[in-house]
Design a protein around this ligand. Structure first.
Ligand code: NAD
Length: 433
């Protein structure tokens, strides 16, 4: 699916779910397009003296519930349409966990592996120079996303502060702790997903020690959820990265697997090379095979659009927990539902990241850092409350969990829009709507 299609797919899903939930047309109409998108040409002086131009975007999708919030992605295939789809999902996600933010997203068309460290810093600072009047602690707050990290956020915050001649740590989240970042931010997405899976297990007959999990992608999000699930007794039987996957009936030790991947940059090598390797029998599998494994829980934690109408019928897992943004396309919603596969949707399952980003911003504004224990406790509370709201809609309105999450978010956004007055209110003189 191309990016334009991905954006149209995201809007179509909001329309389908919103219409079925009888969300006011004015609310759905407000979500059909972004409020504002800035595209910019970022010029960077390369180490050899030449100049390169990078296409950059920042999208503020909807800010009815607060300043827009969302990461900046560095990827060769980023486009304005993809950034808009991601910003729409951020709008829903912030409403799902009920934090006072709208949705935004940013991106730069670049393969950061082609850049030296100095070139990367110049690009990060150039991006912020281009966006410095568009973003801000009270308007639009970026964060890391695919291929961006705490150090890059630190450079961007520094550039913003240099331009505005003041300290403004709340302009960006996911910063290094030394520059006002929050304890617990790095593990937050995985930890949030772990809580969501545990809440699901509490309400169903899923027993951790009898539950087999396959994980596509073992990056920041995937690693932490796999680690926490394993600690709780779940068996992680399959893991993959961009080069392919490994499978073992016995299950893997996530911690040693991740550490070795960090050192060797290769997943398969973990079990085959060196004395520190845990020698465990395993099969090599492809990413497509991983999605079709006979497991209980499937966690797509890498890319968007990996489960579509074409391969939805191959999924044997009973539960999909979406760490990645948009791993299941909307044409796969119905076949998965009909096959009895339940989906913990991205707007809930990966919302732990933005929740702790919100905590970071609150700490920056209050000038009072929280302990790791406080961050973890408040994250668990927010995730559990969001899950409970969604589970109640899922049960009482008899709709799949994704629809329930969207309904919860759309009702929250509708409250914010309708309180300004709708056509019905202005034309009827009625006190509601
Ligand atoms: P990451 O770069 O740390 O990890 C991505 C992982 O996916 C890596 O293990 C990589 O090898 C693997 N991968 C890449 N291409 C693949 C392919 N073709 N097949 C299988 N695996 C592949 O990224 P991340 O931060 O973990 O993000 C992963 C997903 O989660 C993205 O969709 C991102 O938008 C989403 N997400 C992340 C966060 C967060 O806080 N990290 C928050 C919300 C959503």
């Amino acid at each position: 699916m191309g990016h334009l299609d991905a954006f149209q797919d995201a809007v179509a899903r909001v329309e389908r779910i919103g219409e079925a939930a009888e969300i006011a047309e004015e609310v759905l109409d407000a979500l059909r397009r972004p409020k504002a998108v800035l595209s910019a040409d970022v010029r960077v002086r390369m180490d050899d003296g030449s100049t390169r131009h990078f296409e950059a975007f920042r999208c503020q999708y909807n800010d009815v519930l607060g300043p827009t919030k969302g990461g900046i992605r560095f990827h060769p295939e980023v486009s304005q349409a993809e950034v808009s789809a991601l910003a729409l999902w951020m709008t829903l996600k912030c409403a799902v966990v009920d934090i006072p933010y709208g949705g935004g997203k940013g991106g730069v068309v670049v393969d950061p592996k082609d850049l030296s460290r100095l070139e990367l810093e110049r690009l990060a600072r150039g991006y912020m120079r281009a966006m410095a009047d568009f973003v801000g602690p009270e308007t639009d707050i970026p964060a890391p996303d695919v291929n961006t990290n705490a150090r890059i956020m630190g450079w961007m915050a520094d550039e913003y502060e240099t331009i505005h001649r003041m300290k403004a740590p709340g302009v960006i989240t996911g910063k290094p702790i030394a520059l006002g970042g929050s304890e617990g931010r790095e593990e937050a997405t995985g930890r949030g997903c772990f809580h969501v899976i545990q809440e699901f297990a509490k309400r169903t007959d899923m027993k951790p020690d009898q539950t087999r999990v396959a994980m596509q992608g073992i990056g920041n999000g995937g690693y932490h959820v796999a680690r926490l699930l394993q600690q709780e007794g779940y068996k992680i039987v399959a893991v993959s990265d961009s080069k392919g996957g490994i499978y073992s009936d016995e299950g893997f030790d996530v911690e040693s697997l991740y550490q070795h991947k960090q050192e060797t940059r290769k997943l398969d090598g973990v079990y085959c090379e060196g004395s520190v390797c845990e020698m465990i029998e395993h099969d090599t599998i492809s990413n497509e095979e991983l999605l079709a494994l006979d497991v209980d829980v499937l966690v797509p934690a890498a890319l968007g659009g990996v489960i579509t109408e074409k391969n939805a019928g191959d999924v044997k897992a009973k539960l999909i927990a979406e760490i990645a943004n948009g791993p299941v396309t909307s044409d796969a919603d119905a076949p998965l539902h009909e096959a009895g596969v339940r989906v913990l949707p991205d707007v809930l399952a990966n919302a732990g990241g933005v929740t702790v980003s919100y905590f970071e911003w609150v700490q920056n504004r209050g000038g009072y850092p929280w302990s790791l224990a406080t961050v973890r406790e408040r994250l668990e509370e927010m995730m559990s409350k969001a899950f409970t709201r969604i589970w109640e809609i899922h049960k009482s309105e008899d709709v799949p969990l994704r629809d329930a999450a969207y309904r919860s978010a759309l009702h929250r956004i509708a409250e914010g829009i309708e309180i300004h007055g709708t056509r019905n209110w202005f034309s009827n003189g009625s006190s509601s709507g």
